[in-house]
Design a protein around this ligand. Sequence first.
Ligand code: ADP
Ligand code: ZN
Length: 433
Amino acid sequence: MDPGVELLGRSDLEALQLERLRRTVRRAARSPFYGARARQYGIDGERIKSLEDIRKLPFTTKQDLRDAYPYGFLCVERQHLVRLHISSGTTGQATAVFYTQRDIDRWADLMARCLYMTGARPGDTFQNLSGYGLFTGGLGFHYGAERLGLLTIPAGAGNSKRQIQLMRDFATTVIHIIPSFALRLMDVMTEMGVDPRRDLQLKIACMGAEPYSEEVRCRVEAFFGVEVYNSYGLSEMNGPGVAFECPARNGLHIWEDAYLVEIVDPATLEPVPDGMLGELVLTTLDREGMPLLRYRTKDLTRILPGDCPCGRVHRRLDRIQGRSDDMFIIKGVNIFPVQVEQVLMSIPEVGSNYRIVLDRENNIDTMTVQVEVTDRIFVEDMRHLQRIQNKITRELKSELLVTPRVELVEPQSLPRNDGKAVRLVDHRNPYNT
Ligand code: ADP
Ligand code: ZN
């Protein structure tokens, strides 16, 4: 733990933020992108007298990063860089993020702080079941875990049987895993007759990188016998380690010494009051290679009002609902994939994977939800399957106010990959109305 920073009083924390914000604005102007903006808008660190003055600065968007690819945001000479990561490009063209040695060290500090907060300590074995390589979830967690002094297994994503073997051989106690892989691992363990509560030593699971519902957390906790901690980050802000759950597990503390937080209405871009849903906008406060000012994350969340029982002053974000890009509109209703998941995962007969397929037939939008059922169910009789299908349809309708077509499919039959899950397939052709 870093009590000097984590337990600072609010006014001391804000004073630190202001000092760092001014330094960041001054530094950012060295990059071609912000240099041009500074000339255009007359922005410099001296004009930042209070944290609210950040609103005088324009936003930075993913498109700006794409347009300036690859080096337009760099504030240091290339010889000072030691690493780059590329966003996996879940949505559109990739973008690059660069780190100096100091940036890597500060990032590792933040990750170590997150892991410590969950209760991980030297003596624990940490297995990182996240993709390595260009994706930040691998090396980000890896360096943080080593910084904290955990025995770190760089297991990488996929290869379920090998993962289970590693967990057994080295008595893994802490894991980092994305939710869709955790659900898959449950299937494989069940198939192999492995009961993690009996056969493994797991106690903590850090889970994030994609949205998931409380129902998925409950399933993972019950099956693995662990406490699940929500982990949030994005490549543009280093990667994981931006916001993380504490033992109260009621919202994610966002590290305000490293990131300045705003929540804005995505339509008007005006700030919304605490407690209201909006788009998360972040400014890096402690990065030298590639600072970003008012970056629009597209992620929708809210600030949870009130203090956290753990005593940390850093404010808490509510579970991320999804990116505004993930939202789809069907028959005039706005829906996030995670709302569908929430309904499905509360039904015991539903297995570990699902997919939403949108299409258009005779100019009418259709929504089909393909649902894997549990092994046990699939072999049972047709009448029983029909009842389950009706139940899922009814519950989805009452949550979403749209009646989907529900297709039950065999366990492990929907396509999977080792990275983030693809929950939505949209076959509608926008030009074919
Ligand atoms: P890409 O943008 O290519 O997916 P990133 O690794 O940068 O690559 O992904 C970051 C995004 O992943 C975030 O902006 C957010 O949408 C999503 N994300 C990360 N952690 C969480 C989480 N705990 N809950 C929900 N969404 C998350
Ligand atoms: Zn807390």
